[in-house]
Design a protein around this ligand. Structure first.
Ligand code: CR1
Length: 811
């Protein structure tokens, strides 16, 4: 092969003229449409293909380089990648927007319209999945050779619709109009086995006689780093049948059953589990986890062996990060591959495993640390059960030999003889285990992994989460991007710490005016979306108060709604007072089986209906719950926010990342001392954040001592009035008892301490009212938020992983 000829394939050029010509070429010869009959979707695909070509040029160069230099690679294993749309991301990273705009103008097309044709790839639930997407961006930015490995769900997170205020879930169909960014890799295919039994031949050979097999087939999406300097790969696996149609059955007219095996195999990558806190769907979920983990490990070992001969040196050239416990089966699967297939001893294999794998914990919620019944586990993964028994036995022996006062039961993988604890498996099989904010890591050491921490005091490290500034400022906030570029230059895009230069302009009258104007423009854009989706008109000069995240009791949207009602009642009592107009904006999905969360959504919508139509209240208060919150909607809401609600029960939100995005875009936070709010507060300073409520220590103490919520409610006339109104059906006249379950929770088992924090939250909100009225000072404080949160770039986070965990260089 003439590799020199290969190196010069990419002379396409990124001038407007080249893009214009490229588009016509793609439209006609790839999409198969003539310009006269092309739809917006066709044009969008054509432009997408042109942009993709440029990405591919950079991509090949990067892979050749990594291969030739035999660089160490990072593999990020994650059940979720919430990448959203990629079109604008590629254009922004390649810096070709002006040329694209110019090319489009010759056809009378608007870039925005073409971008809107792309579907939002919702291959994740929330923060954990979006973090994985930001990490891919940052690994490319830092030129770390990396692969993201996950599942190519045919249907991502469900689409949320409201029917009479209730959440309705509909299947999502992101692939329906084609996805230009991915490449199908028919040749990258691995066999994945399930079930059956194991035989040993007495000569050290172990054979797994599987009951069921499927193929994992790869789809690759290039992930462009800033300025295209490096491009990594997101490789997603799709499940395919190993046996095709049963022709005998088909010919006998039994069409459905003839396809049964195919359908079963394809089910594995059919849907994303719509739950980010509880393991559901048991067997299928376990199969999904094993499916993508096994395919990824087989694939990375194959790649390793094309560059190196000795499997024993794997840890020198490979680092594997397990994103939460979902891929924790990697510990046992890597053991299996190293022993059964590559013939290493168990002891040698385990040494390699512990030097190669690392694990990120994302939550302390006990229900989210996955556990599997031994019976189910053995049925689906018989060989892995044996391997886990071996690891558990040897680990226990090692712990016992150290004679430490450690609870042995707590550090077992197989708990009470009946469950496989994936958190413990991941911990034992890892080189490093990290938390995602300073507080969360501290709490990990004190709670879920306390015993492990005593055994292995160097293993737990902290890597506070971050967000990519390309997506979460440069792309989503053009007015602010422009202002920053004019004022402090462009360094901040690749080095977000440099955004601190904006602090010097916080009191500069002209900068302040432009900063406020940028915010106002973004608010007008959001107001347009609210009107379009909800038919509700809101005043863009009002305070935009935003809570966007999954609906969960610990995140306490309920607390926000209670405060909304209290404010509503106060306005109605004294409409003539000088109120600070507010728009309460909500977005978020509830897990389909999470009854309380769905009631909270309905309550928010019921409250919205009453408040928004009350002439006494008018523009002083509006409530807008936007349906189907996703990455694309976040890109519109975040730049328009004035106030960011981060009000979880202290100690329960591991980090949060929406908090970082909102602060970066100039929203002030109202929040508890939880997750990364603590670190945000340290950087923006107490006068630029509204902290309230119990601390995590207070919460821990209350959990021990007990808490009487009824006494709190009865001692607080404002809260009593709010709960009375809900319980009497003021917001649900059609069904007055609709919310008795919700109010009962507050009276009888307020585990999330909503009532305990209500008063201080309500007070802090009045401070916000007061603060927002001083427009000039508010703008200064907003600027100081933007300027002081540069540390929360995911580039900084990834540098931390590279140095502390993966041992790879970053630029
Ligand atoms: C946490 O709840 C954190 C993200 C990313 C979530 C959130 O606070 O910002 O992870 N955890 O680290 C999660 O989804 C399954 O656990």
């Amino acid at each position: 092969m003439d590799t020199n000829a290969m190196k010069n394939w990419d002379d396409r050029g990124t001038t407007a003229e080249a893009i214009r010509a490229g588009m016509i070429d793609k439209l006609v010869y790839s999409v198969g449409k003539d310009p006269e009959h092309a739809t917006l979707q066709d044009w969008s695909t054509a432009l997408g293909l042109v942009v993709r070509d440029h990405v591919v040029d950079h991509w090949f160069r990067a892979s050749h380089r990594s291969h030739e230099e035999k660089k160490k690679r990072v593999y990020y294993l994650s059940m979720e990648f919430l990448i959203g749309r990629l079109f604008n991301d590629a254009i922004a990273n390649l810096q070709i927007e002006p040329a694209v705009q110019e090319a489009l103008s010759t056809y009378g097309l608007e870039l925005r319209d073409l971008l809107d044709q792309e579907s939002d790839a919702a291959l994740g639930n929330g923060g954990l999945g979006r973090l994985a997407a930001c990490f891919l961006d940052s690994m490319s930015r830092l030129e770390i050779p990396a692969f993201g490995y996950g599942i190519r769900y045919e249907h991502g997170l469900f689409r949320q619709r409201f029917h009479d205020g209730w959440q309705i879930e509909e299947a999502e169909d992101w692939l329906v109009s084609g996805h230009v960014w991915e490449f199908e890799r028919l040749e990258a295919r691995y066999t994945i086995k399930f079930g059956g039994h194991i035989s040993f031949d007495g000569q050290g050979n172990t054979k797994w006689h599987a009951e069921e097999t499927v193929f994992a087939m790869a789809y690759d999406t290039p992930i462009t780093g800033w300025q295209g300097k490096h491009v990594n790969t997101l490789r997603l696996w799709s499940s395919r049948p190993t046996e095709i149609l049963d022709l005998r059955r088909f010919n006998s007219g039994d069409y459905l059953n003839a396809a049964e095996k195919m359908i079963r195999a394809e089910t594995i990558s059919r849907v994303l589990y719509p739950d980010d806190t509880t393991p559901e769907g048991k067997e299928l979920r376990l199969k999904q986890e094993y499916f993508f983990t096994s395919a990824s490990l087989q694939d990375l070992i194959r790649r390793y062996l094309t560059e190196h001969d000795d499997i024993r040196h794997l840890p020198d050239f490979v680092s594997i990060q397990m994103n939460d416990t979902h891929p924790a089966i990697a510990v046992a699967e890597l053991m299996r591959l190293l022993t059964d297939e590559h013939r290493l001893s168990f002891v040698d294999a385990f040494d390699i495993v512990q030097k190669t794998l690392s694990y990120t914990n994302h939550t302390l919620l006990p229900e989210a640390l996955e556990r599997w019944h031994v019976g189910l586990f053995r049925k689906v993964l018989p060989r892995h059960m044996q391997i886990i028994e071996w690891i558990d036995f040897h680990h226990l022996a090692e712990v016992q030999s150290r004679n430490l006062a450690v609870s042995l039961e707590d550090v077992r993988i197989i708990g009470h003889g009946s469950e496989v604890r994936m958190g413990n498996l991941a911990f034992i099989g890892s080189k490093k285990v990290n938390g995602v904010s300073a507080l969360h890591t501290e709490l990990m050491k004190q709670t879920v992994f306390a015993e492990f921490h005593r055994l292995y005091p160097d293993r737990i490290v902290n890597e506070t989460n971050g967000i990519t500034p390309r997506r979460w400022l440069y792309e989503c906030n053009p007015p602010l991007r422009k202002l920053l570029m004019e004022t402090i230059g462009t360094d901040w895009i690749a080095n977000l710490e440099k955004i601190d230069a904006a602090a010097a302009f916080a009191t500069d009258a002209s900068f302040k005016e432009k900063f406020a104007a940028a915010k106002h423009a973004n608010k007008i854009r959001l107001a347009g979306v609210i009107e379009k989706k909800l038919g509700l008109r809101v005043d863009p000069t009002a305070l935009f108060d935003v809570q966007i995240k999954r609906i969960h009791e610990y995140k306490r949207q309920f607390l926000n709604i209670l405060e909304t009602i209290a404010l509503y009642q106060a306005i109605r009592r004294s409409p003539a007072n000088d109120w600070t107009p507010r728009v309460k904006i909500f977005g978020g999905k509830a897990a389909p089986g999470y009854h309380v969360a769905k009631q909270i959504i309905k309550l928010a919508n019921d409250v919205a209906k009453i408040v928004n139509s009350d002439p006494v209240v008018g523009d002083r208060l509006k409530v807008a719950f936007l349906p189907n919150y996703n990455v694309s909607l976040a890109e519109v809401i975040i730049p328009a926010a004035d106030l960011s609600e981060q009000i979880s029960t202290a100690g329960m939100e591991a980090s949060g990342t929406g908090n970082m995005k909102l602060a970066l875009n100039g929203a002030l936070t109202i929040g508890t001392l939880d997750g990364a709010n603590v670190e945000i507060g340290e950087r923006v300073g107490p006068e630029n954040i509204y902290i309230f409520g119990l601390t995590s220590e207070d919460v821990a103490e209350i959990r021990v001592k007990g808490y009487d919520s009824r006494a709190t409610i009865e001692g607080d006339p404002v809260l009593s009035d709010v709960l009375r109104a809900i319980a009497e059906g003021d917001f649900s006249p059609d069904d007055p008892s609709r919310y008795h379950d919700l109010t009962d929770i507050l009276y009888n088992s307020d585990y999330f301490l909503v009532t305990a924090d209500f008063q201080s939250y309500f007070q802090r909100q009045r401070d916000v009212d007061h603060g927002f009225r001083d427009t000039s000072r508010w703008t200064e404080r907003a600027i100081l938020n933007t300027a002081n949160v540069g540390w929360f770039s995911s580039d900084r986070t990834i540098r931390g992983y590279a140095a502390d965990i993966w041992n790879v260089p970053s630029v």
